[in-house]
Design a protein around this ligand. Structure first.
Ligand SMILES: Nc1nc2c(c(=O)[nH]1)N[C@H]1C(S)=C(S)[C@@H](COP(=O)(O)O)O[C@H]1N2
Ligand SMILES: [Mo]
Length: 206
C-alpha cells in the first residue's frame, strides 16, 4: 500500500520516504504505545496562572498568558519520537506553536547560544539554540486531536522530535537563553548532553 501523501495549509509532516524500518534509530523498537515517564508528580497549574516565557539573553523578557498563547498560529506536526528507554513511535500527531513563531517575538542577544526549557515541577532540559529553530521544535497543546493529557505534559509541552524524548519538556513554562551550555535535569544525571537517537547518544560517554 502506498503511503498517504497530502499537504494542506498548516500541515507540517516530516515523512522520511521509504520503509518504516528505515525510520527506526539504532537500538530502538517500534511501538504504538505512549508510555508515561515522569521524574515526579504531575503538576496541575491553573490556566489563569499559566504563562509561557522567553527570557535570559533577550532584550526584553516575553511572556504570553494562556489566552494569548491560544491566539498564536498553530500547526499540525506529524513526527517520529524516540525515547531513550528504547521505544520509537512513528507518526505521532501533535498540534502546537513552532518555536520559530515564538522566537519572532523576541529580540535575541547575539551571545544567546543555548536554551534551557523549564517546567512546572522544576524539570529542565538544555539544548543548543540551533536544535530548536528552523522548524525543529514546537510547543504542543494537542496530541491525537485532543488536548494534551496532564500526564503527557498538558496543558503544554515542548516537543523536539529529532532528539531523545527527555529533551521534550512536559508542563513547559518557558525557555531561558544563555551564552554557555548548562546541563538540565537528566543531563546532570548522566544522560547525554545532546541526545541524537541516530547517533545513539544515550549516556554521557556515548
Ligand atoms: N517536566 C518534565 N518533562 C519531561 C520529563 C519529566 O520528568 N518532567 N521526563 C522526560 C522523559 S525522560 C521522557 S522519556 C518524556 C516522557 O514523556 P511521556 O510521559 O509523555 O511519554 O518526557 C520528558 N519530559
Ligand atoms: Mo526518558
Amino acid at each position: 500500500m502506498s503511503e498517504e501523501r497530502f499537504v494542506s495549509r498548516g500541515f507540517v509532516g516530516k515523512r522520511r520516504g521509504g520503509e518504516k524500518k528505515d525510520r527506526i534509530p539504532p537500538g530502538q523498537y517500534l511501538t504504538n504505545d505512549f508510555p508515561v515517564l515522569s521524574a515526579g508528580p504531575t503538576p496541575y497549574t491553573p490556566l489563569d496562572r499559566w504563562t509561557f516565557n522567553i527570557e535570559g539573553l533577550v532584550k526584553e523578557k516575553i511572556s504570553w498568558t494562556w489566552q494569548e498563547f491560544l491566539k498564536l498560529p498553530m500547526q499540525t506536526h506529524v513526527v517520529d519520537i524516540s525515547c531513550v528507554t528504547k521505544w520509537t513511535h512513528l507518526d505521532m500527531k501533535w498540534e502546537g506553536v513552532s518555536l520559530d513563531t515564538l522566537l519572532e517575538h523576541a529580540e535575541l542577544d547575539r551571545k544567546a547560544m543555548f536554551v534551557t526549557a523549564y517546567s512546572d515541577g522544576g524539570y529542565t532540559t538544555n539544548m543548543p539554540l540551533t536544535d530548536i529553530i528552523n522548524g525543529q521544535s514546537f510547543i504542543a497543546l494537542k496530541y491525537d486531536d485532543k488536548p494534551l493529557a496532564p500526564e503527557h505534559g498538558g496543558p503544554a509541552r515542548m516537543v523536539v522530535p529529532h532528539l531523545y524524548f527527555w529533551k521534550s519538556a512536559k508542563w513547559v513554562r518557558g525557555i531561558y537563553l544563555t551564552e554557555k551550555d548548562k546541563p538540565g535535569f537528566w543531563e546532570s544525571a548522566g544522560y547525554h548532553n545532546r541526545g541524537d537517537p541516530w547517533k545513539e547518544q544515550r549516556y554521557w560517554n556515548d
